[in-house]
Design a protein around this ligand. Structure first.
Ligand code: EPZ
Length: 426
């Protein structure tokens, strides 16, 4: 059963939403909890498909996972298994992030190779090369990546060709218990990495330099379970900020961290939004047609690639033409055809998209191709003329908790329809 959303465009959003915990931090803190024998507590974990999948991955490895309200308790006391099966990795690539902690804890891991997805090839060569530098050996067996470390991993200098978020995280989670010092050069600097490092340090790890391009980790012998609150989700906050702008609304994002959204808020101001940073979070309002803006996506602190599809939905009806350049993923413009079916005038050429603003989009049956593309279509529908049907909304449920209820609470007219696949296709 694959749900779809029906959205009636033209409703102005106003009010406030509570920003949830960051998906792209919670998943890694969950994986890192495998390092500590005992019960780890993680607070502010969004109840979304991806965290439920990661809980399944940990369960398969022998850890106990319990959810109560917005918190998880993960018990990784017992001996851990070996395998992370294909059906879980296929469902969520981030399952590959158990590699580092498993090598650190047990010296072995057997993880199905993640496939590509709708935004690019999603290689893991930087993960593998970094872990090999620390003494891990890899082999391939029937679609599985088999990792082994004959003895404890050794600290090493690892220079990343690209500041990959996942590679930096996997290497960091392995290095915290390696013998000696590991230096990660050209490391990713995303806030979610800082959050993971804060969690590891609270468990007893020794890490310096997170948030800069050079991270230094001195291995330790053991870890003490701790309780960790996950940071707010900057991509969810940015998505709702854009929903306020698309509907000429006024929305307070409670719990949002403006310091994680500097460039996003600057771009929204450039497009004509009024932004006010308050004690409780960030307030975003727009009372006129947005102006076109140019932007390039880059690793943090650059403009986040995960908000490239959502902001394109806003710029599709801007005054003027915007040039959007996607530098992080090879093919993150697949969703443009869906926007153009709603009347947008967007042409893509390689890494560039030329977005010629039109007066208004119009409803059409569209399909979410991936998580953030689906979010973009929801935003487009909120401003479009008529009722838009968005199929395959399961992609969006991977990363946004109760997005339809949150939008309805702000005044949107949204309904979720279970759409059963026909028993046979005539
Ligand atoms: C994380 O993915 C996020 N996912 C992504 O969010 C986010 O878009 C991305 O970082 C960039 O910010 C999670 O945190 C679970 P990368 P990740 O490794 O770690 C290439 C969302 O919507 N690369 O920084 O996979 C890769 O092909 C998701 O929430 C290699 O070439 O991102 C890509 O072009 C989508 N070899 C670029 O680097 C490698 O070994 C960025 O990938 C690894 C990556």
């Amino acid at each position: 059963m694959v749900d779809r959303l029906l959205i009636t465009g033209g409703r102005r959003l106003a009010g406030q939403i509570a920003v949830g915990g960051a998906k792209n931090s919670a998943l890694k803190v969950m994986a890192a909890s495998l390092l500590a024998e005992g019960q780890t507590g993680i607070r502010n974990v969004p109840n979304i498909a991806d965290t439920r999948t990661m809980a399944e991955v940990l369960g398969r490895l022998g850890a106990g996972v319990e959810r109560r309200d917005g918190s998880l308790t993960i018990d990784a006391s017992g001996p851990l298994g070996l395998e992370t099966p294909y059906e879980l990795v296929r469902r969520m690539r981030a399952s590959i992030l158990v590699l580092g902690p498993m090598l650190a804890r047990t010296g072995r891991a057997r993880v199905a190779m993640p496939g590509g997805c709708n935004i690019g090839r999603r290689k893991i060569d930087l993960h593998i090369r970094g872990l090999e530098r620390m003494g891990a050996q890899f082999s391939y067996d029937h679609g599985y990546l088999v990792a082994e470390a004959a003895s404890r991993l050794q600290g090493a200098v690892v220079s990343l060709d690209f500041p990959s978020v996942g590679a930096t995280e996997n290497i960091m989670m392995a290095a915290v218990s390696a013998v000696g010092t590991t230096v990660i050069e050209n490391a990713a600097r995303e806030p979610e990495l800082q959050d993971l490092a804060d969690f590891l340090v609270a468990m007893g790890a020794r890490i310096e330099g997170v948030g800069t391009p050079t991270i230094e980790i001195v291995g330790v012998d053991s870890f003490t379970p701790t309780v960790h609150p996950v940071i707010p989700d900057r991509i969810e906050a940015g998505t709702f900020a854009l929903a306020a702008c698309v509907t000429r609304g006024d929305v307070s994002l409670r719990g949002a961290r403006a310091d994680h959204l500097d460039l996003v808020l600057a771009k929204l101001e450039e497009a004509g939004a009024s932004i006010s940073v308050e004690e409780a979070g960030v307030r975003v309002a727009m009372d006129r047609r947005p102006s076109a803006v140019d932007l390039v996506t880059l690793p943090y602190p650059g403009f986040p690639t995960d908000l490239q599809p959502p902001i394109m939905a806003l710029l599709a009806t801007a005054e003027g033409t915007s040039i959007i350049t996607e530098n992080v993923f090879e093919s993150r413009f697949m969703f443009v055809d869906e926007l153009n079916r709603m009347g947008a005038d967007i042409r893509t050429e390689g890494h560039h998209a030329v977005v010629r603003g039109v007066d208004r989009l119009s409803s059409a049956p569209v399909r979410a191709l991936d998580l953030r593309a689906g979010a973009a279509l929801i935003l487009a529908a909120l401003g479009a003329d008529g009722v838009t049907e968005i199929a395959d909304i399961g992609h969006v449920d991977r990363g946004y908790e109760d997005i339809d209820s949150k939008l309805s609470a702000l005044g949107a007219e949204v309904s979720r329809q279970p759409s059963f696949q026909p028993a046979f296709s005539p």
